[in-house]
Design a binder for this molecule. Sequence first.
Ligand SMILES: Cc1cc2nc3c(=O)[nH]c(=O)nc-3n(C[C@H](O)[C@H](O)[C@H](O)COP(=O)(O)OP(=O)(O)OC[C@H]3O[C@@H](n4cnc5c(N)ncnc54)[C@H](O)[C@@H]3O)c2cc1C
Length: 474
Amino acid sequence: MTQNIHETLETRLGEKGWLTGDITQYTQDWMGELRGDALGVALPANKDDVSFILRAAREHNVSVTPQGGNTGLVGGSIPQSDGAGNRRAIVLNLSRMNAIHEVSARQFSARVDAGVILSDLHGAVEAEGMQFPLSLGAKGSAQIGGLISTNAGGTHAFRYGMMQDLVLGLEVVLPDGSFWDGNRSLIKDNCGYSLRRLFGGAEGTLGVITGATLKLFPGLRAVEAAFLGVSDGDKLVRLGSFLRRELGDFLTAMEFIGEFGYEMAQRNLPNAARPFAGTYPWQLLVEVGASSGRMDLRALLEATLEGALSEGLIEDGVVAQSGPQRESFWYLREEQAEAQRLEGRSLHNDVAIPVGAFSEFVGEATRVCGEILPGVRVNAFGHLGDGNVHFGLCPPAGDGDGEMLFGKSGELAEGIYGVAVGLGGTFSAEHGLGRSKAGLADKLRGGGERGLMRTLKGAIDPDGLMNPGVIVAG
Ligand SMILES: Cc1cc2nc3c(=O)[nH]c(=O)nc-3n(C[C@H](O)[C@H](O)[C@H](O)COP(=O)(O)OP(=O)(O)OC[C@H]3O[C@@H](n4cnc5c(N)ncnc54)[C@H](O)[C@@H]3O)c2cc1C
């Protein structure tokens, strides 16, 4: 029966909407490490097509992996058959559903299709004098549906919230092909269970998000940034606290890069800036912004940094003198994942710990990794404001192809996440569980919590059609 799905989908979706042949770009992850397999890629033009695809998949006993920009870092967008040859998979990619229907300055909201790329949304909203504050390194490819489905965080989450906090309404096609239309533009909407939060962060396991209404903010009329050198992790935490108190609501981002990541950026990225001559154990990018043009943010930032200097919290620092210089600071931070990718094969780990435990976490996790694989190189970077550390690992010298590193990947992940959880943190801050962490979650989270997730999955997707193996293992 599964052969017929080709005809069924090709007849409905046409050549542009049903791809077979070389579909590697849809079945391999951004790092080039995870490879899946699929019968083909469906590219629906509208939500009725999505409903048709899900009904056809059910009829032909084929599982469905929803996909946006395929920039996820935990394998959630990579399709997999069940391994026993019983059920094959298709990818349902939302790229063709990319209309921005409305940007409303009256109610500070935008109604968009799920396939809209984040940077396109930024451009459309900024043209109307507003901002959509979520931003991340993959903004040129990641789509609204993917960002909602992973509940992405990014560089401004501590100031404006994560993706779910920015979603007012959602439209979802459920696994049986029926629709849930919750695409309202309300901040206050307490009518029972919060379904929009349930589908946000579900990583394509409960249905396909086809559209959303997003919360906007007044555009920033003044933005300033500084790049700072800090001598140790404890000072970094104290500096973060000092900046929060001194800069108050004007503080929009605090992003850190470790010594190794900073060096990798200089080595691997074209035109990487070197804001100051030295390299410090930690570099911190600080950004302030105001929606009013009447604020002298430069003076506020400079005075605050003088205070930090006199308290011995920073070793060196540069305040950007122009927009392009500010962009060059952001380039160093946002391209950290890319700089690590260009260095060769490597591992990504995403944790959050209470901010006060930052130094302890980095020290202990580095020690644990060094015991498991002597010489392993740590690239710790991330978001200081919310305690989110990306703990990247590069192979030790002499392990050029990363064979030793990947051979120990499970042990290293368990070591790092064990330290984070022991300090009151979590083993997935903003990337989700995907396929990579579903098994780990069963080990590290209580049976009650995991059982509740299985119950929800079984209730909404009783046939296990949607993205099997993601979030809920096996
Ligand atoms: C360079 C780089 C930097 C990054 N920086 C950050 C960062 O700072 N913060 C952060 O949070 N993440 C970051 N990420 C991870 C990634 O960009 C985010 O997870 C993003 O939200 C994924 O969006 P996407 O459209 O690429 O989704 P995909 O990778 O295509 O999919 C991700 C998950 O969502 C599901 N999904 C996708 N679309 C839909 C839909 N319409 N309906 C239902 N399910 C769907 C998929 O099945 C999958 O489980 C980064 C990635 C890269 C490569």
